[in-house]
Design a protein around this ligand. Structure first.
Ligand code: MF3
Ligand code: CO
Length: 255
């Protein structure tokens, strides 16, 4: 069932989103060669407590996972696309880092992600990240009241495929609200003018995941969580939680 949110509820998700954005900015600031992803996780964990929020990730246990999720961040490095568990392996110059993060504040969730190159990087990696961000922007711009979910997936897919990148076809965004994952599914590739009609009050996370290899294959790491590209190519991830409003899309995960 798809639950539309009231303006007051959207403001509550926006408050959670501000916390998410603030903490992600601090994590981005801290990420540097020699820093351990586990240290980024500890930073985020302390900031969650300070904000009076609750991690949406820690303890999360979807059916496909081997156990409850151990961190508050997902930190996916290089060929890891998403769901990387923050490790103690120090980041190195040129690593492509993707950080995904969600909190609950007063019972409402917001979910966001960014990618960045640690230190000096490869121009190809920078372009992959910029294209992923452009795909997210295109998806958000398509999320207009009266448009359809297929328009969102189409906009994302056009940017990604137009640049020759691969995507995890069966992964995408999702509704957000009291729970981190709600209906509907938000595709990263779709036919335009198909699917759910977008109405004011719909709150969704849009999250393109692109990788440099043109093939869409991926594999699960032995840890049961981390999703890696099958060809070892690098991946980037960008995500915002947005609300469809009468005036167009409103991004809720901004500082
Ligand atoms: N934000 C991620 C997503 O929408 C959720 C990660 S779940 C976790 O897929 F348990 F890995 F944290
Ligand atoms: Co998400």
């Amino acid at each position: 069932m798809i639950e539309l949110k009231t303006p007051g509820e959207i403001d509550a998700i926006d408050a959670a989103g501000s916390v998410v954005a603030r903490i992600l900015a601090a994590v981005r600031e801290r990420a540097a060669p020699g820093v351990r992803p586990s240290e980024l996780d500890a930073l985020a964990s302390a900031m969650i407590a300070e904000a009076g929020a609750v991690s949406s990730f820690r303890g999360y246990h979807p059916r496909w996972a081997p156990g409850p999720y151990p961190g508050v961040l997902c930190v996916s490095v290089n060929d890891a696309v998403v769901h990387g568990i923050p490790s103690r392996t120090k980041l190195r110059e040129g690593d492509l880092l993707s950080v995904d993060f969600a909190v609950h504040l007063d019972g409402w969730c917001a979910d966001a992600a960014f990618s960045v190159v640690v230190g000096d990087g490869d121009p190809g990696d920078e372009k992959l990240i910029a294209t992923t961000e452009a795909a997210l922007d295109a998806g958000i711009a398509a999320a207009q009241p009266g448009a359809q979910m297929g328009d969102v997936g189409h906009a994302i897919g056009q940017v990604a495929r137009g640049a020759g990148y691969g995507m995890l076809a069966d992964h995408g965004g999702h509704g957000v609200g009291r729970s981190m994952h709600e209906e509907p599914h938000v595709p990263n590739e779709a036919k335009p003018r198909r699917g759910l009609k977008l109405r004011p009050g719909l709150v969704i996370a849009i999250e393109p995941m692109l990788h440099a290899g043109g093939k869409d294959a991926y594999r699960h790491d032995r840890d049961g969580w981390t999703i890696r590209t099958a060809d070892g190519s690098r991946a980037a991830h960008a995500e915002h939680t947005i609300a469809i409003t009468e005036n167009g899309p409103r991004i809720l995960t901004l500082p």
